[in-house]
Design a protein around this ligand. Structure first.
Ligand SMILES: [Zn+2]
Length: 135
């Protein structure tokens, strides 16, 4: 991959979000690189100040990559195909992992959510589901 022709397609506050985006791009045949993760991991509070963790793709892939990521953000609820294990409803939406979730996780569990940890909310019974998705 030519490193002199990379453009930023998305930026994220935390590494798991960036990794999720990179996996999605890879599944669509687009190679990507992450920039800034070392700085953010060492100085998490600086993430916003330095523009977060950037996902870079080659210029020729940019339009496709951008539309994939935009589409993913719009249709996250469609993609899971998850069935509620409480009431067996399929009306389950993905709950994005946000910085609030991560901070709450650190405060309550003392851990940082790893990449691949996904949470869902059942809209029929209102209960939360958690999945570890190995990719
Ligand atoms: Zn349910």
């Amino acid at each position: 991959m030519e490193t002199d022709d990379l453009v930023e397609v998305a930026s994220f506050t935390y590494q798991p979000e960036a990794q999720t985006a990179m996996i999605l791009l890879e599944q669509n045949g687009i190679a990507s690189e992450m920039s800034g993760a070392e700085t953010v991991n060492a100085h998490a509070l600086l993430s916003n100040a330095i523009g977060g963790i950037r996902v870079l793709v080659s210029r020729s892939d940019y339009a496709k990559a951008k539309s994939i990521i935009d589409e993913d953000m719009k249709t996250k609820k469609e993609e899971s195909g998850t069935t509620c294990y409480h009431c067996e409803s399929k009306n389950v939406v993905k709950v994005p992992v946000t910085w609030k979730t991560i901070i709450l996780g650190i405060l309550t569990l003392g851990i940082y959510y790893p990449a691949g940890f996904k949470r869902y909310l059942c809209k029929d019974c209102g209960r939360r589901l958690s999945h570890f998705v190995m990719t």
